[in-house]
Design a protein around this ligand. Structure first.
Ligand code: ADP
Length: 170
């Protein structure tokens, strides 16, 4: 629709606090579908995240290292504005449950109103990742049980395990 925005470039926005295997799955599948994928870490000044924006940026950069068409950046403000700044025509989202569909539907309609030339594309979560959320992972890590490491590698990339456990050590 727009001659300025790149239809082969998708931006995947989220909080990624912390990045999970579900996020990684969407990123790698997106990288296979699009020529270029930008992972956008949304910074919300009203929320106190577990991981700072710098920490999330560095974790995600390490995670996407093997994917040469993926880059990572932080942004503040509206996601559609960030997608436009990137020059991308596509906003990529993941979808896990019926609850996700409901909230994503509302969000997508609002985004379409704000930016009709940016299309939202959804990828259904892979079966093994449908129940994974950053919130759940923080709960598991916070319980600090013996064997946490073994359990966490089922939910987050290995690079995230140690920094995650360190957050709850004190
Ligand atoms: P937010 O807090 O903004 O929802 P998240 O980082 O939790 O951001 O998620 C970003 C995007 O990734 C959303 O589209 C969300 O539905 C999707 N997502 C989150 N977890 C998963 C998962 N396990 N599988 C597939 N998609 C996911």
């Amino acid at each position: 629709m727009s001659d300025q925005l790149d239809e082969r470039h998708a931006v995947y926005v989220g909080s990624f606090d912390p990045p999970t295997l579900g996020h990684c799955d969407i990123i790698s599948r997106g990288a296979g579908l699009f020529g270029r994928v930008t992972v956008g870490i949304g910074i919300n000044p009203d929320k106190t995240p577990l991981f700072s924006s710098e920490e999330r940026l560095s974790l995600l950069r390490e995670i996407v290292l093997p994917l040469e068409n993926v880059e990572v950046a932080c942004f503040e403000g509206l996601a559609v504005d960030f997608v436009r700044q990137c020059g991308a025509a596509v906003m990529l989202r993941g979808m896990r449950t019926l609850t996700d569909i409901e909230s994503e539907f509302t969000l997508t309609l609002a985004n379409r109103h704000l930016a009709p030339d940016i299309e939202t594309v959804f990828l259904m979560a892979s079966e093994q990742y449908t129940s994974i959320s950053s919130t759940l992972i923080k709960q598991i890590a916070g319980m600090g049980r013996a064997g946490s490491v073994d359990q966490l590698v089922e939910f987050v990339p290995e690079t995230v395990v140690a920094p995650l456990l360190a957050k709850f050590r004190d």
